[in-house]
Each structure stands twice: as structure tokens, then as C-alpha cells.
Design a protein around this ligand. Sequence first.
Ligand code: NAP
Length: 263
Amino acid sequence: MPTLGLGTWENEDPAQCAESVRTALEMGYRHVDTAQIYGNEAAVGEGIDAAAVDRENVFLATKVWISNLAPEDVVATAEASLEKLGVDAVDLLYVHWPAGEYDPEETLPAFDELVDRGLTERVGVSNFEPHHVERAMDVLDAPVFANQVETHPFCQQSTLRAHADEHGYELVAYSPLARGSVFDHDVVRDVAAARDVSPAQVSLAWLAEKGVTAIPKATSEAHIRDNWESRSLELSAEAVARIDAIERHRREVNPDFGPDAWE
Ligand code: NAP
């Protein structure tokens, strides 16, 4: 899985969304993240189609929404997602949250069925705490490939990072810029100024240093490029330690959804 991808939540205008995806792919991105609930799978598919990049070189992930997690709905809505995306299969299909109709014994065999039918290469989970991941591992035949959770300098997910290492799955950071909040933090700004880079690049380089895949959402070419250029930024040990120390345990997305994040 390419370790820097493009997020697409709230990139809702279809033409703009397709253009963002095309721009990112032609710049070098090879990982695109969407979800049924974002309402933009068709536009994401159009962007992939329009880009001068072969489909097999793009790692494409989508997520099954919480109201679609009864087994027959998993299958029917995943098929509908593929249709909208205009692809035969996705590279990664996530359970979006362990909520709503989620029932591991009922939901996860349907994900295995989709793997068996070749409609997804891999199964992922999202917003799962360690105990949810372990339950999923017990029930699934397929491995749990990744857990996508909010991760950034204010929500560092040290417990989940250790859990991912121990159990052999990838951690994918959503809201890796804390939806813009990192731009205003003194330490992030300081580190950015000292290196003459943007605060966004500092947040993404910090995640890369932690071995976490990041999927920043960016709409304009300038933001898409700024984030892409974070790949050449290597933070000093001192800068990493300063960012490690700003842990705030604060989530930006659904902060009331579940106890105290996943720390
Ligand atoms: P984010 O990536 O932390 O922040 C996105 C915001 O930062 C947008 O307002 C974007 O503006 C701005 N931005 C991006 N790059 C920038 C740059 N270089 N300089 C200045 N501003 C910049 O937030 P997110 O969208 O919540 O998270 C990223 C992705 O994670 C989502 O799009 C989605 O794919 C995924 N996600 C998943 C879940 C889940 O439950 N699994 C939840 C939330 C998000 P512009 O759009 O104007 O460029």
C-alpha cells in the first residue's frame, strides 16, 4: 500500500473531485481513499479513468457504511460501489465503523465472500479499538490488512501503533492534518519555519517517521503538491521528540463517538 494517499471526504463537487483525483495520480500519488458515505465514488472513478495512469497501478480503497453492514447489504452495496467506481475490484474494502449494523459474526463472513469472489483484494477495518481488531481477526478468514483511524500530532495513537506492530496490520492515518488544526500549533509551526516547509508537510513527515500511512484530503493542485512534497522531508530526532511531546489526546472527527479515542 503506497504510504501517502489522497483522502476525498467532503470533496463533494463531482467535477472538482474527479479533477483532484486525476491531478494527484498524474503527480505520482498511487493510493486513493473514498467511502460509500462520501457520495463521491463515481467522481473518484472518473478521476482514475481520466488520469494517464493504469488502474492496476492505483491502490483504491472504499468503505462500507454502518447502515450497510448486515451481510446481504455488505455484498449488495459493495457491488454497487464497484459499479460507481467503474472497477472490477477494489484493493481494500473497509468496515467504516464498528457501529450501526456491525456484528462481527454476521458482517465479516460477507467480507470474506467478497475476497473469495475477487471483488476486493483485502479487508480493512476503520475506527476499531484493539479489542475490535482482535475479534475481527478471530472471525475473518482473510487477514485484517489495515485499521484506519484518526492519527496526527494531537491524537498520536501510540497504543494502536504498538498493537498494529504486534499483530501485523497496517495503521492508516485519517485526518492526518487534524482537519487543519495542526497548522496553528506553535511547535508544528516552529519546526516548519526552521525547515522552510509547510506545517502540513511537518505533520505528514511525522506520521511517515512513525511508519503510518497517511491519506490527507486536498482539493487544489497546490495542496495536493504540498502534501506530496512531504515525502522528501526527514525530520530531525529533536523535531520528532518535540512533536511527540505535544500529545493532546484530542480527536477532531466524532469526538463523542466511543470512549477516549483509541489510546
Ligand atoms: P485532513 O486531511 O486532516 O485535512 C483536510 C483539510 O486540510 C482540508 O480542509 C484541506 O483543504 C486542507 N489541506 C490539505 N492539504 C493542505 C495543505 N498542504 N495546506 C493547507 N491546507 C491543506 O482531514 P480529513 O479530510 O478529515 O482526513 C483525510 C481523509 O481521511 C478524508 O478525506 C477521508 O478520506 C479519510 N477519513 C476517514 C474517516 C474514517 O472514519 N475512516 C474519517 C475522516 C476522514 P482543501 O480541501 O481545500 O485542499
